[in-house]
Design a protein around this ligand. Sequence first.
Ligand code: ATP
Length: 265
Amino acid sequence: MIQIKDVSMLFNPGTVNENLAIRNINLKINEGDFITVIGSNGAGKSTLFNLIAGTITPSQGSIQLNQRDITREPEYKRAKYIGRIFQNPLLGTASNMSLEDNMMITYKKGFKWLRRSLNNRMRDYFKTELVQLRMGLENRMKENLAMFSGGQRQALTLLMMVLSKPDLILLDEHTAALDPKNAEIVLELTDKFIKEYKLTSMMITHNMSHAIEFGNRLLMMDKGEIIYEVQGEEKRNLTVEKLIDKFHQIRHTSFENDRTLLAED
Ligand SMILES: Nc1ncnc2c1ncn2[C@@H]1O[C@H](COP(=O)(O)OP(=O)(O)OP(=O)(O)O)[C@@H](O)[C@H]1O
């Protein structure tokens, strides 16, 4: 579905701050993949997402979506088919609008031909979808989102994104700013939606157990490269210890580096 070919990203070329943040990455994202992405601070995880989302243009290489070259397509155009959720739970929804208005806007985005305004049938549909979150939000349709907790807003952002039917969802440490209980709830919901709606997705996490537990593929990044990729049976048999061993085998790092790789969400 998405093919990343020989992509590099050089920030601030020709200056003292020159930084080759992504080094010749090749990656094929297949329809239905749920890829977890781990790596130490500064490994290039968010930069890779920025390249896929069109926030930045690669210095070298190409990105294709179903054989269509999207390397230079701007972010606002890609936002129609690539969804992204960030750490900050306030980013995905509008605080000064009601829950039902927030949902309506996203719903229209998924069905661009739709010109209808909010009616009772649609309200019922939103309520049915909200029940899936098991947070009682179906009874708070008229409340402004400013009244909702971080966990509730992140769960809502996720549901609304799913309803807009993107081709690819990029989850950029989307549970990292939540307390452990809410993080677990949002992560379980993420997994449920991805499976039920057969979504293609990538998830950056600093939690190695989560990276192993969720998804069908796992990528380990370091210094702008994908240094290890695992899927299927081999991924299912992974443990955190095996993953750390792998990192040592490949990079021969010191313990200091491990700590950043192992940082918990
Ligand atoms: N817009 C930018 N301009 C210059 N350098 C940048 C820019 N964005 C990222 N970088 C650099 O690229 C490198 C990779 O950063 P990136 O944010 O992708 O790492 P990461 O793996 O997501 O790290 P973390 O886990 O800390 O979020 C870093 O050295 C960073 O300073």
